[in-house]
Design a protein around this ligand. Sequence first.
Ligand code: RSS
Ligand code: CA
Ligand code: ZN
Ligand code: ZN
Length: 263
Amino acid sequence: MQLTVLCAVCLLPSSLALPLPREAGDVSQPQWEQAQNYLTKFYPYDSKTKDANSLEAKLKEMEKFFHLPITGILSPRIIKIMRKPRCGMPDVAAFSLFPDSPKWTSEVVTYRITSYTRDLPQFKVNQLVEKAFKLWSKEIPLHFRRIPYGIADIMISFARGAHGDAYPFDGPGNTLAHAFSPGPGLGGDAHFDKDERWTDGSGRGINFLYAATHEFGHSLGLGHSSDPKAVMYPTYENRDPEDFRLSQDDIEGIQKLYGERND
Ligand code: RSS
Ligand code: CA
Ligand code: ZN
Ligand code: ZN
């Protein structure tokens, strides 16, 4: 069981040949060294050729990923992004699984919603959770069953700040939610930051159906995808949450774990 923010233990290739160009005067030595470590960790190889590549090429991949001008030169702007807390998955390949590919082994997986947000009526949250699970169960031979009390495989809650696991939420914005990969105890559980403004699509705020579908992808064993069309893409910004469906990449990822639904 791993939380998405701790989901990859990176074995770093020693592919660092050339040092990274930096904007003269703007980037200090420690920042420059940290940036090189960051790039080696999160961009271990070329996303197309899968070969080890230079630090400059890694930086260009990162700039591309964050839709920044592609310069290959380390700037204070890119350092700011590196400093933001982020998931430990490399931003390469399309879909990804957690190490050891944890998954649910029973055909029926239970869930329980233990707390709610004030932003949406409870029945609406129940509906959207059901809908999010359906998006996944349409593709795989699993059934999701809601239980009203007791311990479910996937415990779902809204919480703010420190909430009993090692990953306190951070107030409005930044991290919106997190979920644990399949397993006992916290495994599979999905937590949503109560400090966000949650919406069913009818008002401004974070689309709960979208976030729930993403989190349940983690609860089922999917890591992040580098495909910007995938629901398992790591960021909410620039998504179109009003009209979304699982992408081919999400479907391939989940079917790799559970196989296809045959009814
Ligand atoms: C997950 O992977 O389960 C969490 C993911 C999420 O919260 N992603 C952050 C995000 O997109 N936040 C949007 C608002 C902040 C924008 C600033 C830049 N930034 C669940 C989503 C996909 C439903 C990732 C993120 C983006 C982030 C951050 C995290 C700044 C911390 C700080
Ligand atoms: Ca937050
Ligand atoms: Zn939590
Ligand atoms: Zn995620």
